[in-house]
Design a protein around this ligand. Structure first.
Ligand code: HEM
Length: 433
């Protein structure tokens, strides 16, 4: 395989992926990431600490995905499925089919297809990437990706003179954090791997058969509830660089892309990614940068294991962004009407004293947004005691609130700043697994 081929693999990543989730839908839109080409939930190239599907609490969920990567020189198709057990664990399966085009014609292997099956398992260890917005503590997960490749007519060369194996297991540790007030999601993944070109060219080589730690970083910016743009970088070990085909003949470049992910609803998400390795492809520099970024992300995120109190409002700009008192009264009128119209929320609110509740909510939102009010009354724990509120209920209420804020024209940035102050209350309000 020529160096041009491996460069192209990282160079022109153009992927369209679709996923569907038929079961539990207790999470907020896009907070489960999308499906990576290896099948685990994350970005397109790298697994995150989130679990796929919208299942949360005791729910189960499933996703399916299909991805097509195209360049002038090759084509890669990937398809797979994942099952999520609450937001605790995920099992995934994926199949990749890499069409080498004419790149291997010099080896007498034109049109060769490399196929790979990937079985994945991921376990969330701690943290909540979305709702713990008062703490830098990220969501943490460990995962395995067991891969078996079928290199067809290339296999004798791959397992013979090149010294690669046809199966291998990647082990990774991921930390994911949504900085809700800013609408920015950051993920750092450290992967121990022997894989060549993600495993499509086997695992290890004559000269390098041990595991190597590779950093991966993703950053995504939420433009709207249903739309995110971002960038990803995934370092790769370059085991085959020194092969019998000559130094550099099988040089492996790192992968990078920029992407747009759109989730028109909870049953479908579409991701368009364009590889930028041709621009970024200075492996040592990028690797150093990625390692530094990863170290900063992880150190910053891990530094605070303790939960700070919700950020005290330093000024009243957020209160004003909500239209001050008249704006909050209008918002709560609309919010209450929507809560009663929503099949998930109606059972909770239909018997409540709505006028009194609206008054309390206006007071609370005024105080939380930095306005000149103080709410006296039961604590959040006392107020919601005995209501059997699950995490899915909590997220459903947030969705209804988002709809009301949209309808009242509250800017998306202001919505997120307020939600970041409300989200930590989940610890006192959610009282049922
Ligand atoms: C960040 C999220 C939430 C906030 C800020 C919030 C805030 C409040 C406040 C201020 C009250 C009035 C307490 C009082 O003074 O008596 C209240 C009551 C209530 N909350 Fe929540 N709440 C949240 C989430 C939820 C969720 C997820 C549910 C159920 C799914 C829920 C159901 C209720 C009900 C039914 C009452 C009225 C109880 C009554 O008066 O009969 N809340 N909430």
């Amino acid at each position: 395989m020529s160096p041009r081929t491996s460069l192209a693999l990282a160079a022109a990543l153009l992927a369209g992926s679709a996923s569907a989730s038929p079961f539990g839908n207790g999470k907020l839109l896009l907070t489960g990431g999308v499906s990576s080409i290896d099948g685990a939930a994350g970005g397109g190239l790298t697994p995150w600490a989130v679990t796929g599907s919208y299942a949360t609490g005791a729910q189960m969920g499933a996703t399916a995905f299909a991805t097509r990567v195209r360049s002038q020189d090759y084509g890669l198709s990937a398809a797979g499925a994942a099952v999520g057990f609450g937001d605790r664990a995920e099992l995934s399966i994926a199949r990749q089919d890499f069409d080498t085009g004419d790149n291997l014609a010099p080896l007498g292997l034109p049109g060769l297809r490399l196929k790979m099956n990937v079985l994945g398992a991921k376990l969330r260890l701690a943290g909540d990437a979305v709702l713990d917005s008062d703490s830098p503590m990220p969501q943490l997960a460990v995962g395995l990706l067991h891969k078996r490749t079928d290199a067809g007519a290339l296999e004798p060369t791959l397992t013979g003179p090149l010294g690669a194996r046809t199966s291998g297991t990647d082990v990774y540790f991921s930390a994911t954090k949504l900085f809700l007030a800013q609408g920015v999601l950051v993920n750092g993944t450290l992967r121990a791997t022997k894989a060549n070109q993600g495993g499509l060219l086997g695992f290890g080589s004559v000269s390098r058969s041990s595991y190597r730690l590779q950093p991966e970083v993703s950053v995504a910016w939420l433009l709207r509830r249903d739309l995110a743009v971002g960038a990803e970088y995934r370092a790769k070990p370059d085991n085959l660089n020194d092969s019998v085909l000559g130094a550099g003949a099988l040089k492996e470049d790192d992968w990078a892309d920029v992407f747009v992910a759109w989730a028109p609803n909870k049953h479908l998400s579409l991701t368009l990614a364009v590889g930028t390795a041709r621009l970024l492809n200075r492996s040592p520099t990028m690797k150093r940068l990625a390692r530094t970024a990863l170290a900063l992300v992880t150190a910053g995120l891990l530094a605070a294991g303790t939960h700070a109190q919700p950020a005290a409002a330093a000024d009243d700009s957020l209160y004003r962004a909500f239209g001050a008192q008249p704006g909050l009264v209008r918002l709560m009128d609309d919010f209450m009407a929507r809560l009663l119209a929503d099949a998930r929320m109606r059972p909770f609110f239909k018997d409540a004293d709505q006028a009194a509740l609206k008054k309390q909510l206006v007071l609370q939102f005024c105080e939380v947004s930095g306005g000149p009010c103080r709410r006296d009354g039961p604590t959040m724990k006392e107020a919601h005691d005995g209501m059997d509120i699950t995490r899915a209920d909590f997220n459903a209420l947030v969705e209804v609130l988002q709809d009301a804020m949209d309808a009242q024209g509250v800017p998306f940035g202001a919505q997120n700043r307020l939600l970041a102050r409300l989200a930590p209350m989940h610890r006192d309000i959610v009282n049922t697994p």
